[in-house]
Structure formats: structure tokens, C-alpha cells
Design a protein around this ligand. Sequence first.
Ligand SMILES: CC(C)(COP(=O)(O)OP(=O)(O)OC[C@H]1O[C@@H](n2cnc3c(N)ncnc32)[C@H](O)[C@@H]1OP(=O)(O)O)[C@@H](O)C(=O)NCCC(=O)NCCS
Length: 182
Amino acid sequence: MVVRLVVVGPDDDALLAAALQLRTGEEQQRFAKAPAESFPLALADPARTPFVVLSGEDDDDGGVVGAGVLHAGAAASDQDPELAELLAASGEDPATAVLLRSFVVGADHQGRGHGTAAARAAVALAPVVAPAARVVVLTVNERNAPGLRAYGRAGFADVGRYLGGDAGPQRAMTARCGPATR
Ligand SMILES: CC(C)(COP(=O)(O)OP(=O)(O)OC[C@H]1O[C@@H](n2cnc3c(N)ncnc32)[C@H](O)[C@@H]1OP(=O)(O)O)[C@@H](O)C(=O)NCCC(=O)NCCS
């Protein structure tokens, strides 16, 4: 599965419009915010980078199949002490972490490897949008089997249980990024 991640700005009308159409399954909505909710917040916050997931190569643009947000500094100890502690316990510096959040693949496009490929690509994108980034961290609900599976296959490792947020127990997962991983 080939995907490309494209960072979206406020003037990218066509990509924004396509992203805002993305919907997940009804029972999945508690797991992640869709772009209709996450993108306005991200576009207003310089620490957040919204991106879309395009399927296919440059010359075979299969359209927008997913979206997400990379959020620099969100796992720092003054922002999220619980996540910062999990990162520190696993040997990572929370100040160098970028949070992958609001990551979704549209319901019509799920189950074909897009989520796995896009999560892997998000790890490569993180140090491009946040040069100090050395680790990408995310939290995923313990009952979110496709999410756990996709992140694991993309190279994320479980670093412990996270009880923050309001969606029930989550797993915190990390993947190293940046110069040392190239
Ligand atoms: C999580 C999500 C991004 C995965 O996207 P995707 O494109 O479907 O992911 P992939 O096709 O790469 O992989 C899904 C994996 O989960 C597996 N899977 C799907 N449903 C499953 C289930 N009910 N139980 C166990 N595994 C399941 C698939 O078989 C696949 O694994 P495989 O490649 O070994 O066969 C997508 O399901 C989604 O947007 N969900 C709603 C929002 C969400 O949960 N986001 C993540 C929040 S942290």
C-alpha cells in the first residue's frame, strides 16, 4: 500500500474540503476526532500540523483517504504529566515527543492497509514538521483492535496504560523518529 501524507494549510481548499468529508464508522467516533472537528483546532494552533493521507503515488492520486494531526509539545510534562511519565519511563525525553492525534481513515477506505502505511509515514513526517522531534507518541483505546493492530504493524511499541482523556483506558505507543533512525 502506497500513501502520501500532505500537510494542509488554511488555503488548501480542495484538500480541506476532501478531508472534511471523511467519516469513520458510528461506533468508531469515540476513538478519534474526524477532521471536521480536529482541523479547525489544528489550523489555529502553530504547534499542530494537520495532514491528509492520499492513496497512491504522485502520478496515481487515489484521493484523500485519511487525515491526522501531529502536535509538537503536547506530551511535555507541563502539558500531559501522565503521558510524559510514560515516555520518561520508556527512556524517551517528553520534550522531544510529537503526539499523533485525530488519526482516521475514512470508513470506505479502511481495512486495506492505509492506516498502517499512513502511521508509518507520520513517523517520517514528524521531524520534518518539528525538527527537534525524536519520538512520535499516540494513545489508542484498549478496545480499538484495528488501531492497535495498525500501529503495531507500523512499528509503534506499547509503553504502558494511559488513563487520561475521556474515552476509557488507552495504550500509549511510541515510535522513534529523526536523525538517529535514518
Ligand atoms: C484505526 C484506523 C486508522 C486503521 O485504518 P485502516 O486503514 O483500516 O488500517 P489497516 O487496513 O492498515 O489495518 C487495520 C488492521 O486491523 C485489523 N482489524 C480490523 N478490524 C479488526 C478487528 N475487529 N479486530 C482485530 N483486528 C482488526 C485488520 O485486519 C488490519 O490488520 P492486518 O493488516 O494484519 O490484516 C481506522 O480503523 C480508523 O480510522 N478507525 C477510526 C478512528 C480511530 O480509531 N483512529 C485511531 C485512534 S488512536
